[in-house]
Design a protein around this ligand. Sequence first.
Ligand code: MV4
Length: 448
Amino acid sequence: MFSKILIANRGEIALRIIRTCKEMGIRTVAVYSTADKESLHVRFADEAVCIGPASSAESYLSIPKIMAAVEITNADAIHPGYGFLAENADFAEVCTEYGIKFIGPTPEMIRKMGDKVTAKDTMIKAGVPVVPGSDGLLKNLKEGLKVAKKVGYPIILKATAGGGGKGMRIVWQEDEFESQWNMARQEAKAAFGNDGMYVEKFIEEPRHIEFQIIGDQYGKVVHLSERDCSIQRRHQKLVEEAPSPFMTDELRERMGNAAIKAGEAINYEGVGTVEFLVDKHREFYFMEMNTRIQVEHPVTEEVIDHDLIKEQIKVAAGEPLVGDNYIPTMHSIECRINAEDPFNGFRPSPGKISSFHSAKGHGVRVDTHVYAGYTVPPYYDSMIAKLICKAQTREECIKKMQRALDEFIVEGIKTTVPFHQRLMKDQNFKDGNFHTGFLNDFNLEDED
Ligand code: MV4
């Protein structure tokens, strides 16, 4: 087992990782920017190293700064958390060159899944269902038009370097294809320096259902059931739950097997997430694979009653997996509490938290790095807390979440709490009747 882990991240996830390390008897090193010196991850780690100014590029995204911190503290492993360098294959490679264990998959696996055309091609070869579309990258506009005609409109143009919605365009009819093609390519070139595109049939009103998988270093891969992440706004997830209210035993069997096949196809090592689109007929299609621990991992932890960070560290240290696929018995929902004003287009609302009262009680978990008197810096992600509830049934879980939201008090800044309070009372949400476009016509002012 590792003796000292450096956490190359900030905020709630840095704290979350420190907590598990403490329980495992592993020493911890926090790194922080000058904007984060009052943060709890700095206080709770055994050691802390300032790695630069507020700007992410000069601190949490700087590979040389982080490797310098590893060297002076003698850490033997790095946990990247999510975001920042978590899916940076070059970083994973540098760690390996330094003889430091990167807690995650190998650089090759990260690279393969980071390029969406390569990922999709790998899945086709493994027999995992994918959305019909182009066979690899499109050579030019003419080929794009030809494939679009063959699969039938509407289609979606996607950037191979994309993910999370960037460089993506829906095309409803042929006469719009050329202009959308040009715009998508420009956007991809600017965002990723890579304008490689592919085409897929556009699946209307899909659900986003993802499977948590874990693989050890000896080729064993299991799944830990699914999460429904359909409640999102502009590709930012706001609510996640496990299990999916759309799931059936039969669908879980089929999707779970596909997720395992996806992991086995690349000999996956570590925790990962296989994302699927699911249409109204319960047909499912591989979308992307994330090679990191995700923000929403706690809902899975709650329903399977295991610490995923602990399992992640154990497989990274070379322990073999024991046990099989997990089928949940409980229900869990996570609401992301962001420093944003839901009444003003979710505009960021950084600043000093004057008072803070966390929700508490049976079945309530709050993962957060903030406290009364803490100042939310404007430089990073706006998430300040994750409110996670667990109950025997979905209905009870929603009631518990309503109760917990009512006692979650943050003053001094605006938060997404009122949005969640409204959502938890929405009849369609309560009925499990939603898809990825649900929030497009959701009005915060409406009453039921
Ligand atoms: C799609 C799709 C419909 N059809 N692909 C959005 C982000 C990227 N990961 C892929 N995305 C989508 N791909 C086909 N063929 C709809 C989306 C999509 C979406 C997916 C998951 C969650 C939210 C979404 C919001 C809009 C569009």
